[in-house]
Structures are given as structure tokens and as C-alpha cells.
Ligand binder design. Structure first.
Ligand SMILES: [Mg+2]
Length: 175
């Protein structure tokens, strides 16, 4: 039995696609694309859709419908999971301990995780505001430990600190 730690954004879930559709949704209210991009950058690293719409409303005095944040709650977030994710998680969770580790703004991360309905496959779910290696340093998981994460820069650091960890950029179903 292994411990398999999964990143969420762009590893299991097509966050780039959601970003594009979020921008299209905001543009459909008549908001200039440059303003959408600029205000997005202002909340980057700690992005939250409701914070993004709030910044647009406050700073740019633009009219967005009151129920705008319901848009995210009402779309089918399961459809943003990459192909094969559900089947692979189902299969791996029978044999291994699956951990979800995501860095970001808790409200937004929770909406995406709950909406994509994958929580049931994980033994633990962690949303951290710290760098992933800091979180991992403070946690003890049973070896062997696999870490599945799309971000090369993070993986480089993690490999240095945890040389025994088996790191993959993409999910495989034959662990
Ligand atoms: Mg990622």
C-alpha cells in the first residue's frame, strides 16, 4: 500500500479551461477583457471567483448581476476533470491511501473540489496557503510516497527535499 498525493489544479482538474470560461462569463456582462485580465492578476496566487467579481465591482464601478457568484455553483464542475480521472482514482483508492493536496484560496478550492465530486476517493483533503513542501515537511505519510503534480518548479524543490518521493507530472493508473 502506497501513499499517493495528488495536486488538484491542472493535474486532476482542467483549471485552464475553467479560467477561460470564467473570463468569457464575465465578458458576457459587457466587462472589458483587459479589466478582467488585470483584476484577475490582482487576485492571482490566492484566486477566488467571488473576490474577482468583487474587485471588478468595487474598483471599476461596473455592474455585474447580483447573483454572479451562483454561476460557478451552478455549472457542471465534474466536466472539468481530465478524462480517466474518476476511473483512476476509483481504482487506486482500493489499494492505496490517496491524499489531495492543493494550494490556494479555501473557498474557491472547496467549490471546485466539492463540485467535481471526487472527495470520496481521498482519505485526506488538504487546502494549504503555504508552499506544498512546507506542508509536506510537517506531515508524516507512510512510504512509498508518490506525488502527482503538474508544476515542474514545485516538483524540483520537492524532489530535493524528499529524494525518496516518486514524483510524476501526470496521473497514471498503474501505480
Ligand atoms: Mg497544479
Amino acid at each position: 500500500m502506497a501513499t499517493i498525493i495528488f495536486d488538484f489544479d491542472d493535474t486532476l482538474f482542467d483549471t485552464k479551461k475553467l479560467k477561460k470560461e470564467t473570463f468569457d462569463q464575465l465578458a458576457s456582462y459587457g466587462i472589458d477583457k483587459k479589466i478582467i485580465e488585470k483584476t484577475y492578476k490582482e487576485c492571482r496566487g490566492n484566486y477566488c471567483f467571488s473576490k474577482h467579481t468583487q474587485i471588478i465591482k468595487n474598483k471599476h464601478d461596473l455592474k455585474i448581476p447580483d447573483g454572479v457568484n451562483n454561476w460557478l455553483l451552478n455549472i457542471n464542475l465534474e466536466s472539468y476533470l481530465f478524462p480517466g480521472v474518476v476511473e483512476t482514482l476509483k481504482k487506486l483508492s482500493k489499494k492505496h491511501n490517496l491524499i489531495l493536496l492543493t494550494k490556494g484560496e479555501p473557498e474557491f478550492q472547496n467549490i471546485k473540489i466539492k463540485g467535481s465530486k471526487i472527495s470520496k476517493h481521498f482519505k485526506e483533503i488538504h487546502i494549504t496557503s503555504e508552499a506544498k513542501e512546507i506542508f509536506l515537511k510537517n506531515k508524516k505519510f507512510m512510504p512509498p510516497i508518490y506525488f502527482i503534480n503538474d508544476k515542474k518548479s514545485e516538483n524540483k524543490i520537492i524532489k530535493k527535499i524528499f529524494p525518496k518521493m516518486i514524483i510524476k507530472e501526470k496521473m497514471e493508473n498503474n501505480i
